[in-house]
Design a binder for this molecule. Structure first.
Ligand SMILES: OC[C@H]1O[C@H](O[C@H]2O[C@H](CO)[C@@H](O)[C@H](O)[C@H]2O)[C@H](O)[C@@H](O)[C@@H]1O
Length: 684
């Protein structure tokens, strides 16, 4: 059986196009796949532990390190022997020391980490399973990572003047902080707290993971990094982009570079960036923002740093990631053109970190029979939704309400294609930088202008030509399939119905999503002839203003009506705020000669930033913490919903808040006072 699981895993890795070696620990942490092919696997260690709900959070078990000396294949054999699946002859490996640093004698079961209530599960004794875990696993997750304090962390309070002391606070951050402090002491403290929090989120891989990788589900990373926060104790793909943006505001370029180098290493190893740095995330990626991160690092590099060597390494890896997306996540559209969709063909069972939730859903949807094709499709759709970063949203549900109708892989999402357009533009930009030896212009005379309709000038270099053609093709294909002139929005496409979701929902408002405006962030209108672009811009601005998406506490994630999913109303997620703030700010720049468009776009961009910052600040004042998501209407309250307890901490909230603060400061700092304006002041 064990061998079969390893084989299945190797097979899975190759199907992913990853040249990954089989991870021995996958037999413990990823054996979910076998539950789908043989009834015996219903009794696998993973299935039993998760279904018994030994831990309140399903992610807890798959993050637990094995004790030193434990060999994954042997653990599975002992499990099978003890729980009735197979006889094992060899003795157990000797007792090891817990990675969390406790000696064997001190290893009393920490009762609070175990769930008290028991729900119905397989016919296996709860206490026996618990005892088995204590014998072979660490007490708590986290022993695979070490706390790491960024060396470039600014210490605002120690610098009397920006840039005048050894701690080297970047001038802009320092100026903003001094100004905020003068306006409102709490606001100054808030900013200082956010900056200091990088210290709490800094991690490096424990040397043990490099020495004995088979004991861990963690993918070891060479450089230190910043984690998402809370239960998300490892590095996440798209979270890292928003974290990097905040680090750069703090002048923490070296830390940002380390985070990005790790992601490049992952592409080198697997051919794509996994969802997060755990083996159970290897069957999916996340919204592809690596090219933007590479661009940020190159653009913020200090004079004298060798940008060319960095680009020389990064470009082939970005190309690899792009090819992964175009080979494994692309769909040829019936009437011509290619677009991308989130997909997870290698997902052959419940997500290991949400095993209980996925299995329960299958059974609630009457798909519990092994071999039922609807069951496999369900797990693929759930995993693909996790790949989208929007896990979960009514955008992925056929009927917009029931999780039983999830079918992520049959949707062409506007967000993913906007990220792909952005990637194509970044590749052209970075490649041009590399071959010319200097950063290309981005305004007039930019490389993109050469490919605008009507402009016959063709770049000499064939790679740039090809990339610019891809940009132009993406724009035309997005306009053809996703742009809906009657609604002045880009709307997700339903592959089953071969039309936009507008035609398949009961009420058109169900398609109103913040992601419908992401193409603006990708600069789509820069590739459309100017009069037509201006007319689209006017329509889109009005459509956003009337959409109801912008609320007091920020931009609502998806619907303006409630669906109960966490990437829906009423949750305002930090990434959405930054992308839309920048989308409208860049529209204002693009149409600077057209006062009407540019004023409206600028106003919207500022409103989005101010409202969200206000919510983050009010939430911090009340709770002393930063939430992973906010309530879009109740200013300062955490968002809710989802399959896990709302998390605090939180990497992308800090990153986005810092990026928004610095952007508004530069656009119109007088507006920032609205962020810390007391509710009582507003009433008067
Ligand atoms: O464990 C459930 C899911 O958790 C992650 O998704 C959520 O948190 C991530 C980290 O902040 C974030 O990137 C994502 O957008 C959130 O929805 C994880 O990425 C999923 O794969 C996982 O199934």
């Amino acid at each position: 059986m064990t061998l079969k699981v390893i084989e299945a895993y190797v097979h899975m890795a190759f199907r992913l196009g990853a040249l990954a070696p089989a991870f021995p620990s996958s037999v413990v942490y990823c054996a979910a796949n076998c539950a789908e092919t043989s009834a015996g696997c219903e009794k696998s260690l993973l299935a039993v532990v998760q279904r018994l709900r030994i831990f309140a959070d399903s992610k807890h078990f798959v993050d637990l390190p094995l004790l030193p000396g434990r060999i994954p294949e042997r653990i599975i054999e002992y499990w099978d022997a003890e729980f009735g699946r197979r006889v094992v002859e060899e003795p157990l490996a000797g007792p090891g020391e817990a990675t969390s640093g406790l000696r064997e004698a001190e290893r009393e079961p920490p009762v609070p980490t175990f769930r008290l209530a028991r729900v119905e599960g397989p016919d296996t004794d709860f206490e026996e399973v618990r005892r088995f875990l204590l014998e072979h696993f660490d007490y708590a997750p986290g022993g695979d990572l070490l706390a790491w304090i960024p060396r470039d962390l600014p210490q605002l309070e120690l610098d009397p003047e920006p840039g005048t002391t050894a701690t080297g606070s970047p001038p802009l951050l320092h100026q903003i902080w001094r100004w905020m402090k003068a306006q409102d002491v709490d606001a100054g403290n808030w900013l200082m707290d956010m900056v200091a929090r990088w210290r709490k989120l800094g991690r490096e891989t424990s040397p043990m993971v490099f020495r004995e990788p088979e004991r861990f589900s963690l993918l070891p990373l060479k450089h230190p990094f910043i984690v998402a926060g809370g239960r998300f104790r490892e590095c996440y793909y798209w979270d890292t982009y928003f974290i990097v943006r905040g680090l750069l505001v703090c002048g923490m370029w070296e830390t940002a570079r380390c985070c990005v180098e790790n992601l490049l290493d992952l592409v080198e190893q697997f051919g794509f960036v996994p969802n997060g740095a755990r083996i159970y995330y290897l069957n999916r990626t996340q919204p592809p923002l690596l090219s933007d991160m590479v661009r940020c690092i190159a653009e913020h590099a200090h004079a004298g740093w060798d940008v060319m060597t960095f680009l020389g390494r990064a470009l082939p890896l970005l190309e690899r990631e792009y090819n992964f997306m175009m080979e494994q996540r692309a769909v040829k559209m019936r009437a011509g053109g290619t677009l991308n969709r989130y997909h997870a063909p290698a997902a052959e069972g419940p997500r290991p970190e949400s095993f209980y939730e996925d299995s329960k859903l299958a059974s609630d949807c009457s798909m519990e029979l092994l071999g039922d094709p609807r069951r496999s499709e369900l797990f693929i759709a759930l995993t693909a939704a996790a790949e989208s970063g929007w896990d979960f949203s009514s955008r992925w549900l056929r009927d917009r309400r029931s999780m039983c109708s999830i079918r992520t892989q049959l949707i062409i999402p506007v967000c993913f294609n906007s990220f792909m357009l952005r990637m194509e533009r970044n590749l052209a930009f970075l490649y041009q930088w590399y071959i010319s030896g200097s950063r290309p212009e981005t305004e007039k005379g930019s490389i993109f202008e050469q490919r605008l309709p009507g402009n016959e000038e063709v770049p000499n270099d064939p790679v740039t030509r090809d990339l610019l053609d891809r940009v132009q093709q993406r724009v035309s294909t997005m306009q053809k399939y996703l742009y809906v002139p009657s609604r002045d929005q880009w709307i997700d496409y339903d592959l089953e119905a071969d039309t936009t979701t507008l035609q398949t929902v009961a009420d058109w408002r169900q398609t109103v999503s913040s992601s419908n405006f992401f193409p603006l962030w990708s600069g789509i209108l820069e590739h459309i002839e100017s009069e037509q672009a201006a007319s689209i811009a006017r329509g889109v601005l009005q459509s956003f203003e009337e959409s109801g998406l912008l609320q007091n506490g920020g931009v609502v994630a998806t619907l303006v009506t409630d669906s109960g999913q966490q990437w829906d109303y009423p949750n305002a997620w930090p990434p959405v705020q930054l992308l839309l703030h920048e989308a409208f700010a860049s529209l204002a720049t693009q149409f600077s000669a057209n006062e009407q468009i540019s004023n409206r776009a600028r106003e919207l961009s500022l409103q989005i930033a101010i409202r969200f910052l206000r919510s983050v600040y009010q939430g911090w004042l009340r709770s002393g913490d930063l939430f992973e998501k906010y309530h879009a209407e109740k200013v300062g309250e955490s968002g809710n919903g989802g399959e896990y307890v709302p998390q605090v901490g939180f990497g992308w909230t800090i990153g986005v808040s810092l990026a928004l603060l610095s952007s508004v400061w530069q656009l119109d700092r007088s507006l920032l006072a609205q962020v810390w304006q007391r509710v009582s002041d507003e009433a008067t």
